[in-house]
Design a protein around this ligand. Structure first.
Ligand SMILES: [Zn+2]
Ligand SMILES: [Zn+2]
Ligand SMILES: [Zn+2]
Length: 302
């Protein structure tokens, strides 16, 4: 089963350019130097899967002309990865389905704080409709939306679910455990400072972001990759992200054919210069993976 991943955002939490910054990278006219907040769109086994829905979600959906999402997987609870979830309302309306969100219990706890209005018993009409599927570090299954209840918008009243007998039931803010049989997604446990976060493997593509540490026991899940994505925000050691040199070391250890860097900041040079710098570093250090910066709109296939 082939996997295809499109980078919808490859920027650090502030994006690039950074508001009011006059540095050469933030002022670059090149398309590759304009980075939305980190997010990836994965087409896998007939499913449209989004990894993270940060503050640029709406612009990313429009730029990539995405018409339909089967699932939204969240790596962790930071706003640059969850801040766009209110905008699933457009998909609620078009698809007549709740958005299917897959996240860990600790992430759900934050969502309930950040988006209290989406979890109220008597919701404001038009608040986003979400189904939450709880996951952890064990493989789980993502399915298509077909088969879940159909949402109906009742003007000025809100969303309801049409039942088999024709009656309408109010939305239930369901939280369920993600199914584990016939898994199609392999989570990878990493740490963002001390905070546990998840990366995800789809076929021979793995997407890891917002990590500063990857426990050795996770490496077995990353064998035989065609494409690996790793996060880095700069050259110097950082408490919550890999430094560039840590990312290069990890790229070498994992040995995917290609390694793409994401969550990039303006600390790195403009795209072309950064590509040349990485090629030189890989040659010099004998890294057994082709390491390059990802950019918004880049598509990779395994
Ligand atoms: Zn982040
Ligand atoms: Zn800048
Ligand atoms: Zn983060």
């Amino acid at each position: 089963m082939s996997a295809k991943l499109t980078f919808l955002g490859t920027g650090t939490s502030q994006g690039v350019p950074i508001i009011a910054c006059e540095c050469g990278v933030c002022q670059s006219p090149c398309r590759e130097d304009k980075r939305f907040r980190a997010s990836a769109f994965v087409e896998y086994g007939g499913l449209n899967i989004l990894v993270d829905a940060g503050p640029d979600f709406r612009s990313q959906m429009l730029a990539a002309r995405i018409r339909h999402l089967d699932a939204i997987l969240l790596t962790h609870n930071h706003k640059d990865h969850t801040g766009g979830l209110d905008d699933v309302r457009s998909f609620n309306y078009i698809d007549k389905k709740a958005a299917e969100i897959y996240c860990e219990a600790r992430v759900l706890k934050t969502l309930k704080n950040d988006y209290a209005y989406a979890f109220e018993e008597h919701k404001y009409p038009g608040a986003p409709e979400w189904h939450v599927h709880l996951i952890d570090d064990q493989p789980f299954r993502v399915d298509s939306l077909q088969g879940t209840g159909q949402l109906e918008w009742v003007h000025d009243v809100g969303y309801f679910y049409r039942q088999a007998d024709g009656s309408l039931q109010p939305s239930d803010n369901a939280v369920v455990e993600a199914p584990r049989e016939n898994p199609n997604v392999i989570p990878i446990r990493g740490f963002h400072d001390q905070m546990p976060v998840l990366g995800f493997r789809f076929g021979n593509i793995a997407y890891l972001t917002d990590m500063s540490r990857l426990p050795e026991e996770e490496l077995a899940k990353l064998q035989g990759l065609e494409h690996l994505t790793l996060n880095t925000v700069g050259y110097h050691p950082h408490h919550s992200h890999f430094s560039l040199y840590e990312a290069l070391d990890l790229a070498h250890v994992i040995g995917a054919r290609h390694t793409w860097l994401t969550h990039l900041s303006h600390a790195f040079p403009r795209h072309q210069a950064f590509c040349e710098q990485l090629r030189a570093l890989c040659r010099e250090k004998g890294i057994r993976s082709e390491v390059l910066p990802a950019y918004d709109g880049l598509t990779i296939t395994d």
